[in-house]
Design a protein around this ligand. Structure first.
Ligand SMILES: Cc1ncc(COP(=O)(O)O)c(C=O)c1O
Ligand SMILES: N[C@@H](CCOP(=O)(O)O)C(=O)O
Length: 475
């Protein structure tokens, strides 16, 4: 499979090239030149597969530059019950007989859905870098969960260093402790004076300096990296088959959304032929995506208008993967996508009303909705009382908006994107007690914290990376 950029470059290479590249040289995002599809009969053949085998079948058409036996081994090593604390890896749990289901994605090492793809990236990076005799310096941006998932996945990986930008003071106490308590020599935590969007913009700005990127082997672990999206598509298939529906029957999915990577993975699964009816894009108070799906106008918010909410990992004003979506709904029109994203970058709206692109949006199955602090408290409380199930604030956003779009007789799968233990304060506010915390995280907030505070400035960041890597080379 060849990969192209959403902004026009048609020769990005094959899977392992885009894995290491992260962002395309023209600033765009990697996309496969075509999306392979499964026929109804082929889908039936996937129904009973174990997670690693299912992942192999979904990913294989996109990964044709890794020998078969190696890919199978990597997937078997990645998706183990020991790491994900469940033999199903991403189990599906019904909420009573409501037709609502929770897709449990957060039983991995960092207690958030990011682990599912990030563990795969960790194994894949190790394999490819070893084969090529190369090293990678990952530069990432987190609003709370990507950071710890990436750092846990890269622990002890000799060929990888991680530089992780997080918005200073904006994550939950638990999220901060998870990341900042790590004292590994290959992990560098940077608390940026800004919001998540500033962190993500800096990642893109560093990548845009091609000389710096090449000299320091800069790579990515955010969902701008195609491998993240691809690995996330697998659990939509797993969940669909776990519903045990008759062949061809539709299921709907509700996805707490921020950077739009998770829901784009669902869209990919739908494009591959999985009978997904609706894909619900659930936003919090930072509701740019909701605004787009209800009006046809996409207008990002400047950093100073991104609110700090009680589902902080979704405090995102400019969703990177929306660029992939625009590219897809235009039928892979890179010049059009590039033009639009240029407007977005200038803070100007992209208005699809009255165009064929808006019809394409409607046909794509995506719908939007928003939730507020009071909504998520009520939803957490209601699910606890009704089903004895405690959920985190992000999952609550997904459940609440998902309920709005229920269709008679069609199951609604709500993605559980984090465990409540990561957001104790809000959960306690909702139900008056603390959520359970896995034993390995007891007292984590009391551990020493290791991080550096940096201003929102690309040159300062580049100097920081260069200096830390020089230190690593000497040590
Ligand atoms: C707990 C949680 N829920 C939802 C999201 C939003 O997912 P996405 O950025 O893929 O839209 C994130 C962050 O990405 C998250 O950490
Ligand atoms: N919500 C994320 C933000 C980054 O998302 P990603 O999926 O693009 O890595 C976080 O918690 O860090």
């Amino acid at each position: 499979m060849k990969y192209v950029s959403t902004r026009g470059i048609t020769t990005l290479g094959r899977f392992t090239d885009v894995l290491l590249m992260g962002l395309a040289p023209d600033g765009g995002l990697a996309m496969p030149e075509r999306v392979p599809t499964f026929s109804a009969q082929e889908l039936e053949g996937l129904r009973h597969l174990e997670y690693p085998d299912l992942a192999y079948r979904i990913m294989r058409p996109f990964i044709d530059d890794v020998p078969d036996a190696d890919l199978r081994r990597i997937l078997r090593d990645t998706y183990t019950p020991a790491v994900f604390h469940s033999k199903d890896i991403t189990p599906l749990t019904p909420l009573g007989s409501s037709g609502l289901y929770l897709l449990e994605l957060s039983n991995g090492p960092s207690l958030a859905f990011k682990d599912v793809a990030m563990q795969f990236l960790g194994h894949m990076f190790e394999y490819v870098l070893e084969a090529r005799g190369e090293h990678l310096n990952i530069l990432g941006a987190t609003s709370g969960d990507t950071g710890s998932a990436a750092e846990y996945a890269m622990l002890g990986k000799g060929r990888v260093n991680v530089f992780m930008l997080s918005p200073h003071g904006r994550m939950s106490a638990f999220q901060q402790a998870q990341m900042y308590s790590l004292a590994e020599p290959n992990i560098f935590n940077i608390a940026l004076q800004g919001v998540f969007d500033d962190c993500q913009d800096l990642v893109k700005a560093v990548n845009a300096d091609h000389g710096f990127k090449a000299r320091f082997d800069i790579g990515a672990v955010n969902s701008i990296n195609w491998a993240r999206v691809l690995a996330q598509a697998v659990y939509y298939f797993k969940a669909y088959f776990a519903l045990n529906l008759p062949a061809g029957a539709e299921a709907d999915f509700s996805v707490p959304s921020g950077n739009f990577g998770n829901v784009f993975a669902g869209y990919l699964a739908r494009r591959m032929g999985l009978p997904i009816g609706q894909l619900i894009v659930a936003s919090n108070e930072n509701d740019v995506l909701h605004e787009f799906f209800s009006t046809g106008v996409y207008h990002v918010r400047p950093a100073e208008r991104v609110a700090a909410t009680s589902s902080p990992s979704m405090d995102i004003g400019k969703a990177s993967n929306f660029e992939r979506y625009l590219y897809a709904i235009t039928g892979n029109d890179a010049p059009q996508t590039h033009g639009w994203w240029g407007e977005v970058g200038q803070g100007r709206p992209v208005d699809l009303r009255g165009t064929p692109h808006w019809d394409a949006v409607k046909a794509s199955g995506l719908r939007g909705g928003r939730s507020t602090h009071a909504d998520r408290l009520n939803t957490i409380r209601r699910l606890d009382q009704t089903y004895g199930r405690l959920i985190d604030p992000h999952t609550a956003d997904g459940v609440l908006v998902g309920e709005v779009y229920r269709r008679p007789g069609v199951p609604m799968v709500c993605l559980e994107t984090a465990l409540p233990a990561k957001f104790e304060e809000t959960v306690q506010e909702a139900v008056g007690r603390l959520p359970e915390r896995p034993e390995r995280f007891e007292g984590i907030e009391r551990l020493d914290k290791h991080f550096d505070v940096l201003p929102n400035d690309v040159e300062t960041l580049k100097a920081y990376i260069a200096q830390k890597l020089a230190g690593r080379a000497q040590g």
